[in-house]
Design a protein around this ligand. Structure first.
Ligand SMILES: *Cc1c(COP(=O)(O)O)cnc(C)c1O
Length: 391
């Protein structure tokens, strides 16, 4: 018996996926294994120096030492609007259609708390990035799973959702380029989404942190590029991935002003915004980063992608060659579960891969590799996997 019983909400939250993996890694390391983790998507390269310099400048200005505006500085929101205009030709009103987030991860919770009543459904892809699911649970909502099947290019089949579920559904989560499946979505799919949601009060939430991480000249879309999108939804984006800024905690929600305003009301009552100096640095990242720098970053990931693809294919593992994201989504060899295969890789190769089932039941049969480790470590990991699977 424990004295402080957790709320029913919290009891429904499974252990954080990476917490489990961290424990396994720690255990192996204690035994002296030089573990290489391909488990977590967290850029290994540093934040560019000109962005750090701007943080330093802004941190030295006492004006920035006081509470920030909870919705973000107007100049940050203007920079986001300018970036969306330049990159996606999407027009946004910086005042009513842009909200600063402490990393885009927190956006799902704000959205759920703002719109989900107890018992309401959210429509959540399976497999998926876990916060869509857990934020629903924290708002006492119910998750309705949308299977992402390879046969359907990992896009959900909206016409398969029962009518009574759609009626009680508040949010439809989408995220392309997709983590973990690496799938991408094109305009036709988004048009279908907008048609589907038009007759309902459903909010579309497009989580798009990999919009800049793409290969072979591919340019991922913003959901908001599609006519009618702003009537039905919002998009989350983040400085984390394109500028190697995961530790800085800055992202944004953009789109429908009613939804943005409701999220801002939640935020206003939970936190007090992003440190202004971080926002100044983010403005610099968004407005001063030359395209060539993003191209360079992507060419590093692309080389790593090709190495992993060739290695895995060479030992008979079917890997999907991604157009975008810094992940590889691969088929577990016959006769293994995804968790069993991940354990085998750790035991036999000292390499951490993420079991697909950790992202939802439809991830079973797959594993995910992250390309965010230095080239030499990735090469070493591939050598070890080759040896382990040849035996
Ligand atoms: C990395 C990632 C994010 C970004 O999270 P931040 O909180 O902005 O660092 C959001 N969604 C998905 C699917 C991700 O993989």
């Amino acid at each position: 018996m424990t004295k402080h019983t957790r709320s029913g909400r919290l009891q429904q939250i499974p252990p954080y996926l990476f917490a489990e993996i961290s424990k396994k890694i720690e255990h192996a390391r204690k035994k002296g294994v030089d573990v290489i983790s391909l488990g977590i998507g967290d850029p290994d390269m540093p934040t560019p120096k000109y962005i750090i310099a701007e943080l330093e400048r802004a941190a030295n200005d006492p004006k920035n030492h006081q509470y920030p505006d909870y919705e973000g500085m107007l100049s940050f929101r203007e920079a986001v609007a300018a970036w969306y205009k330049k990159r996606h030709n999407v027009a946004l009103d910086p005042v009513s259609e842009v909200l600063a987030l402490i990393g885009s991860k927190e956006g799902s919770l704000h959205l759920s708390l703002a719109f989900v009543n107890p018992g309401d459904y959210t429509l959540v892809p399976n497999p998926c990035y876990t916060p869509y699911r857990t934020s629903t649970v924290l708002a006492n909502g119910q998750v309705y799973d949308l299977p992402l099947l390879e046969a359907n290019s990992f896009l959900p089949q909206l016409d398969k959702i029962p009518k009574d579920v759609v009626k009680k559904a508040k949010i439809l989560y989408l995220s392309y380029p997709n983590n973990p499946t690496t799938a991408v979505a094109e305009k036709d799919f988004y048009k279908e989404v907008i048609d589907f949601t038009k007759d309902h009060t459903l909010i579309v939430c497009s989580d798009n942190p990999y919009s800049e991480i793409a290969f072979d000249g591919y340019r991922p879309l913003s959901f908001l590029e599609v006519p009618g999108a702003k009537d039905v939804g919002v998009e989350f984006n983040s400085l984390s991935k394109p500028y190697n800024m995961t530790g800085w905690r800055i992202g944004m929600a953009v789109g429908n002003p009613e939804i943005i305003s409701a999220m801002a009301t939640v935020k206003n009552n939970v936190d007090s915004g992003v440190f202004n100096a971080v926002q100044y640095a983010a403005i610099t990242a968004l407005l001063k980063t030359p395209d060539s720098r993003i191209d360079q970053l992507n060419s590093v990931y692309q080389k790593r992608r090709d190495l992993v693809y060739d290695t895995l294919t060479g030992v008979g593992i079917r890997a999907i060659r991604p157009k975008a994201t810094f992940y590889m989504w691969c088929k577990v060899p016959n006769g293994h579960t995804s968790a069993g295969f991940a354990t085998l890789m750790l035991d036999k190769a000292g390499v951490v891969v993420t079991p697909g089932a950790a992202y939802g039941s439809y991830g079973e049969g797959y594993f995910r590799i992250s390309l965010t480790v230095p080239d030499s470590r990735l090469a070493e990991a591939m050598d070890r996997i080759k040896k382990a699977l040849k035996k």
